[in-house]
Design a protein around this ligand. Structure first.
Ligand code: B12
Ligand code: SF4
Length: 482
């Protein structure tokens, strides 16, 4: 029996977009994880990644050539249109193919998913155990009768490590030639670069995000053991010789004890590769000692959801932090020379222009290394989505608009021309910050001994220069993260 997994994440950049930043250069850990689980039980698994193909015609031909018995598809809300189209083509080409759809949208908007034609099974929650059981049942000729299957929560230390080769081998076939399993995205993280997940869930309650992930992963945060994560890093070092990595965890730093132990073991095992992770301003302020330890272990930067520079709006978002802490957290990052990737939202329901300006002022004060503004977007499965629906505020007419990118209207009651101006103005650095940055860049350029060593190595032909698709610090990053 042959199973093909499908990654349909082309809502942003379309076909033939591989390597275009994080959206088109990172693996899906959901698919990589169910692939690893199914392969561990002997199933033959391959991948079609629409980002690597040229067109729907190309997909039709590729699907014909692969000729799988079962197809497993992952789906965020934003992926709805390409997933629907792919399902239609697959059932046209091979009506008897068994289609299984899982991922956030299925759990968060089940009624919507149930209306999708050409789907045989929907898997809710986590898929490693349930997908593999389903494959066994299909193989044994006893496919389940019910369409909706409830995923069984796995013990995260017991499941196999994500199958990165599923993506890399497929990408290579279509011309991906970076010497890196995934595409690096900031200058602080050199290739070979990988992403990793140490746990599932988040303990906080932000209204634009929750309860969505509680529904997918459960209310209790589950973190892998430090040893299990270190083991995976050892495998990644052995296999890809990674030079940097990024933790995808929603909020890795919420478990201070875990982080402290991780830093200790990371250094003990001889790792020194720089890494990024997501954190929160209040945690950074509360646990500066942890920040110091992380910076010492290799942390090169934080993704921080500053979200707003207005206290009323932060409270409305249930962000659980203050404007003051946002500013303090930025100072702490500077102190430890950590890059700041600033996530913030404009056009939040009830937000006034003056409140938007508070955010603009705060971001210009923070002076982040990377700007990641988004226009507030109501995502199914969140409390603010329900609020937007109850108040009839949504301007979203198509699933493609579930992207948070700050380019198009999302809700009623906001002046999007003003928001576009605010988006651009928030990224104009103050004069004092431009001077500080220019001085720092000059200092680093001419006092960094590694620069001369690297130059010498290149002259001697020991290093091959790489030009990955990385944004430059300070350039607009209209690529809000997940
Ligand atoms: C890393 C990440 C990203 C990365 C990488 C995305 C990728 N390639 O997977 C980047 C930065 C590119 C990204 C982008 C976006 N993201 Co994102 N992202 C995440 C994040 C933080 C981690 C994803 C992850 O790897 N999780 C761990 C894996 C193991 O979980 P999983 O993917 O859900 O898979 C499990 C189950 O869902 C299930 N499953 C999944 N697929 C399948 C398939 C089958 C067949 C089966 C049986 C089961 C199954 O089993 C898996 C294993 O247990 C999540 C939040 C989170 N913690 O999950 C948000 C999240 C998935 N992203 C989200 C959003 C909104 C986006 C964006 C739209 C934001 C934007 N910028 O506009 C874009 C869309 C990109 C696109 N497709 O065009 C939302 C989705 C909400 C929704 N209703 O769909 C989430 C939940 C965050 C949130 N709370 O808002 N994202
Ligand atoms: S926005 Fe971040 S901190 Fe808030 S609930 Fe979501 S993942 Fe947790």
């Amino acid at each position: 029996m042959k199973t093909t997994l499908l990654y349909a994440g082309i809502a942003g950049y379309g076909f033939n977009s591989l390597s275009r930043g994080m959206e088109a250069g990172w693996i899906s850990h959901g698919l990589a994880s169910i692939s690893a689980a199914a392969k561990a039980e002997g199933f033959e698994i391959d991948l079609i990644d629409l980002r690597a193909l040229q067109s729907w015609e190309h997909f039709r031909e590729e699907f014909k050539a692969r000729d799988p018995d079962v197809v497993g598809i992952t789906m965020m809300s934003v992926d709805y249109n390409p997933v629907m189209k792919a399902l239609q083509i697959m059932k046209e080409v091979k009506p008897e193919v068994i289609t299984v759809v899982g991922g956030p949208h299925v759990t968060l908007a089940l009624n919507d998913a149930l209306r999708m034609p050409n789907v045989d099974y929907l898997v809710l929650h986590e898929g490693e155990i349930t997908f593999t059981r389903l494959l066994h049942a299909i193989q044994a000729g006893r496919p389940p009768k019910q369409k909706v299957l409830r995923g069984i929560t796995p013990d995260l230390d017991q499941i196999p490590f994500a199958d990165r080769d599923l993506f890399l081998n497929e990408w290579r076939k279509w011309g991906y030639n970076l010497d890196s399993p995934e595409v690096p995205f900031v200058k602080e993280l050199p290739p070979p670069f990988v992403t990793i997940i140490a746990g599932r869930g988040c303990a906080y309650k932000c209204s634009f995000c929750k309860p969505g992930e509680d529904l997918i992963f459960g209310k209790r945060v589950r973190r892998r053991s430090v040893e299990n994560v270190i083991e995976e890093l050892k495998v990644l070092r052995e296999k890809y010789n990674f030079a940097s990595f990024m933790f995808h965890d929603d909020c890795l730093t919420e478990d201070r004890e875990w982080v402290i132990e991780f830093c200790r073991r990371y250094k003990e095992e001889g790792f020194n590769q720089p890494f990024f992770c997501q954190s929160r301003a209040d945690i950074i302020v509360r646990h500066e000692d942890m920040v110091a330890l992380m910076a010492d272990a290799g942390l090169a930067g934080y993704f921080i959801g500053f979200e707003s520079g207005n206290q009323r709006v932060l409270n409305f978002l249930r962000k659980g932090t203050t404007v003051e802490k946002n500013l303090q957290a930025a100072k702490i990052c500077r102190k430890y020379d950590l890059a700041i990737w600033a996530n913030y939202m404009l056009g939040i329901p009830t937000e006034t222009k003056e409140e938007v300006m508070d955010t603009v002022r705060m971001i210009r004060e923070i002076d982040p290394d990377y700007f990641s503004p988004s226009f507030f977007t109501p995502h199914p499965g969140t409390d603010l989505y329900d609020y937007v629906m109850e108040h009839n505020l949504s301007l979203i007419t198509d699933y493609d608009q579930y992207r948070r990118n700050p380019t198009e209207p999302k809700i009623k009651g906001q002046d999007y021309e003003f928001l576009k101006w605010a988006r651009d103005y928030s990224q104009k650095r103050k004069f004092k910050n431009r001077v500080r940055r220019a001085f720092k860049a000059f200092w680093e350029k001419y006092t960094d001994p590694h620069r001369y060593i690297r130059k010498l190595r290149r002259l001697l032909g020991l290093d091959r220069p790489q030009t990955p698709n990385r944004p430059q610090a300070g350039r607009p990053q209209w690529q809000a993260t997940g």
